[in-house]
Design a protein around this ligand. Structure first.
Ligand SMILES: Cc1cc2nc3c(=O)[nH]c(=O)nc-3n(C[C@H](O)[C@H](O)[C@H](O)COP(=O)(O)O)c2cc1C
Length: 366
């Protein structure tokens, strides 16, 4: 867990532990990094080798949350620079997660109050807005926006970017047969639906070649399946993953609710999804795992399958988790939220209220 790890680009992470990307609702209304956001990251950057930030929108149409961090304009670079510095001061590598919310963006955050997507199909959640289908020009511009977001991350001093191709947002929407019904070059069969994610990946790699003067990390996060029909099946993801392994990335990052979970579409198949993905990728490209890791034993077991491990909610509950494990103080790890410790844990409002209002999301100490 505490051995260093060198990624394909040559960047060395001091250990195998990563702060998972978590939206914190703490940025200024215009997407600038806020002071309280800096204190939140400072509190959780000690001990883990790498910090992946909350998702940052690459253009105004892609903003998906109130208080979301932006990377859509050059004027945001000074704030992003301070964020990268804070993470570095605590000894971790800093990766900016870049994304576009697509049809998941709430209308009130958008310029014309209408979300966009691959096709004009709303998501299955109740009350979802019907998005407008993006024009071919808009799709090409969005590819360019991901490239420019990467340039800004480089200029701000980040060590890398992670493309957020998971959790139902725009990159996934183009790959999904549910949200992508296009008949132009951006849609069609499973291979054609990869066009947008792969062109974005190439544009990001191009930005790295053009602007980075030192090795720079490029990761890609994906969700392996969608529950609805039509929806992404594990076989589709295997094809995407095999294409992504050819793209010169530093890592793939699977987004799972539970690290050990089996298929959500094939209930009779009990085999672990992450193992199947790992077998598909092979050893050449590192896979990052995540999901319900709470104890040292959980992490040790997970690291038998993947070389790198992200922890999300556990590092909200106990930001000293990695430091404690490294010092052999794992008995002191806290796995349930102390409702009196908001200040000590540095989870400022409105993040605290938002995360605690989702039933069952954060286990509480009673
Ligand atoms: C408050 C919160 C915000 C999240 N925001 C993001 C995000 O911005 N990007 C992302 O890829 N995943 C996001 N996730 C998912 C986490 O990265 C992680 O995959 C998930 O929480 C499961 O890991 P855990 O059991 O260790 O928490 C978020 C999770 C939480 C709890």
């Amino acid at each position: 867990m505490f051995d260093s790890y060198t990624l394909p680009s040559g960047v060395t992470l001091k250990n195998r532990l990563i702060l998972a990307p978590m939206t914190n609702f703490l940025s200024e209304e215009d997407g600038r990094v806020s002071e309280k956001e800096l204190t939140y990251y400072k509190r959780r950057s000690r001990g883990t080798g790498t910090v992946i930030t909350a998702c940052a929108n690459v253009n105004t149409q892609g903003k998906g949350f109130d208080g979301e961090i932006g990377v859509d304009r050059d004027e945001l670079i000074p704030g992003l620079k301070r964020l990268a510095e804070v993470i570095h001061q605590e000894g971790a590598k800093a990766i900016l997660q870049i994304y576009h919310g697509g049809r998941m963006s709430p209308p009130h955050l958008l310029p014309d109050e209408t979300p966009v997507s691959a096709s004009a199909v709303p998501s299955e959640r109740e009350g979802a807005a019907t998005p407008r289908e993006m024009s071919e020009e808009e799709v090409s511009q969005t590819v360019e926006d991901f490239k420019q977001a990467t340039r800004r991350a480089i200029e701000a001093g980040f060590d890398g970017v992670e493309l957020h191709g998971a959790n139902t947002y725009l990159l996934q929407q183009f790959f999904s047969p549910h949200s992508n019904r296009r008949t132009d070059k951006w849609g069609g069969d499973v291979w054609q639906r990869m066009t947008f994610p792969l062109e974005v990946t190439e544009a990001v790699k191009q930005a790295v070649r053009e602007y980075a003067r030192t090795p720079f990390i490029t990761g890609y996060r994906f969700s392996s399946e969608e529950p609805h029909t039509p929806g992404i099946a594990l076989e589709d993801t295997m094809k995407l993953v095999s294409e992504l392994t050819e793209r010169g990335l530093d890592y793939l990052h699977i987004s799972l609710r539970d690290f050990h979970q089996s298929s959500i579409r094939k209930e009779d198949d009990g085999s672990s999804v992450i193992r199947q993905i790992r077998d598909q990728i092979g050893d050449d490209l590192p896979l990052v795992g995540v999901g319900e890791i709470r104890t040292k034993e959980d992490a040790e077991k997970a690291l038998e399958t993947v070389p790198l491990l992200a922890l999300g909610r556990e590092l909200l509950i106990d930001p000293d988790w990695a430091v404690k494990v490294e010092k052999g103080q794992e008995d002191h790890i806290v796995t349930e939220m102390d409702m009196d410790a908001q200040e000590e844990l540095v989870i400022p409002e409105p993040m605290w209220t938002n995360i605690m209002s989702v039933p069952g999301w954060i286990p509480r100490k009673v």
